[in-house]
Structures are given as structure tokens and as C-alpha cells.
Design a protein around this ligand. Sequence first.
Ligand code: F6P
Length: 328
Amino acid sequence: MIKQRIKKLAVMTSGGDAPGLNACIRAVVRTAIFNKMKVIGIQHGFEGLMSGDFIPMDANSVSNIIQLGGTILKSARSEQFKTKEGRLKAYKEIRKENIDAIVLIGGDGSFEGAKAFIKKHDTPFIGIPKTIDNDISGTDVCIGYDTALNTAMQAIDKIRDTAQSHERIFVVEVMGRDSGYIAYGAGLSGGAEAILVPETKADDNNLEQILRQGWNRNKSSLIIVVAEGDESGGALKVADTVKKHMPSHYVGVCILGHIQRGGNPSAADRILASKFGFEAVEALLKGKQNCMVGLKKNEICFTSLRQIKRHHLDINNHLLKMLTALTN
Ligand code: F6P
């Protein structure tokens, strides 16, 4: 661990946004200023790092943002940073601006970029995990998941009301290209009759059986929650399958989409984001670098960026047993 004096700290948000980013930026900026550092914000993620899109930040620049969704620093997914020319461009901007360390609030794609960068260049990074998909290793929970989950659950509650009044079946598609975390959490908390996630194989026969069982015991609504990346091909395809099996029923589709990425962060996300922001700066002060802060079993922990990868929802037998018992 090399302890070096950090005079100027930069903070950036990268990849898909998630509720709680502003709370995290605020915590990083306030902790850095408390420790007498200068702070700058890198705008538009790695794109802004490569083009020198920097803004000075002080305690006032993060006033009244803890409750806001989105990111005041903007975010982007960058193809150019995936190239070594792009990363060299970024390094030159870092040197020109005398940046001593970077707090990167990002997801697995952003951490892949940081990993490639630190292989060749000496600017230290500290990662903070954010993604509504909650699929990053090294932490049990990522900034944004709780809020997105609550948005999805509330949508299911509302759809359930109308489904119940009209005795209808609804297929609700939630986000998660490769991750079933939102589908699983929203399905469980919303009392869904079936939950389809990318981590398991789609089984039409099983789906039909679940739905028939529910209807036969006089349920007056059925909700199927499907993750966008599920093998079945999303809500529209699932609805077609259900219609084939149950042709006399109304089958509605509701695709929640980016609504899950916005909105005021929940208390849990604001607290998590504040803790992660504070701990990331504290870690840099203690000489830690090129690692990601996380929360495991309710304890703050650090994992080398090199070890960070995409993490999958563990669909084990116990979980399946619980879902079978509760969705019946
Ligand atoms: O990674 C978060 C996420 O919201 C995924 O669930 C979704 O598949 C993807 O981002 C959508 O990305 P974009 O906003 O670039 O369309």
C-alpha cells in the first residue's frame, strides 16, 4: 500500500445511470473537501476523461442533490476508452490537470475500462459499484438496486389492482439484460405467480402449469414478471405463449423500461451511496488504490479491481423451493 498525498481528486460517473449517483458524488466531494483536497468532476464518464471535460467542485456544487435521480456529472458508455489510444488520451488529460486519483462510480463495464487503464498507467482508481442490475462481484448490493426494485414493485402493485378488477393476466417486463435481480426481487415482493430470469432456462410447459394451477384455484389475476434478458425473449413473446395456452384470457403486457433507472433514490440507496463515497475517499487517504469498495454481510470491504467481474444471481435449490412455495 503506497501512501501518497492526494492533493487533487477527480470523481466521475460512468455507464448506465442509477438512482443514488448524486448522493454518492456528494459524499465523495464533501469527504475530500473535509480532508483538504481539491476536487474536480469529470463529466460524461470516460468520454469526458479523454476530452478533458472537467469542472471544479466545491461543497456548494453538491448542495441539494442527495435526493435527485440521474447524475449531475452526466454519464456515458464509451467505445473509445476500450482502445489503448483512447486510454492514452485520457492519461494525458489526467497529467495536464494534475489529477492524483479518480473515484469511479460505475458498473462492470466501467471497471473493465479502469482495469485496462491501470495495467499501463499509474493514476490510482477507487471504484464504487452502481447498477440497478445489482450484478457486480465484491459487494452484496450496488447503488440503485433498491430504488429500481421499489419502482418495479410499485408498478406491479398497480398493475395487480387493474388485473384483479378485470380478472386478467399481465406480463410485466423489468430491466436486466443479463441479470435477474430486479425480476427476482420485484416478483417476490410483488407476489408474482411466475418469475422468469436470464439465469435459468425458460420452460413454457412449467409456465403453463403454474398459470393453470393458479387459475384453477380461483385466483382472479395472474402476474408474470420477466427480466428483459430472459431466454423466452421478453414480455411480448411470453404473452404470446400464454395466449396460446390460455386463449380465452386477456393477457396484457407492461414493459417498465428506463422508468426503473430514474426517480428519487430510496433512503437505503442514499445511505449506501453516502457510505460508499465516504469510504472510498477514506481508503485513498489510507493508501488503498485500484480497488472497489463494497458491502458484504453488512460490513464495508474492498476488493482489487482486477478481481471484479459480473456476478450472477444464485438460483439454488433452496431459492427455487421458496419461490415455488410462495408463488403457488
Ligand atoms: O445495466 C443497467 C441496465 O439498465 C440494464 O438493465 C439494461 O439492459 C441496460 O442498462 C440498458 O442500457 P441503455 O440505457 O444503454 O439502453
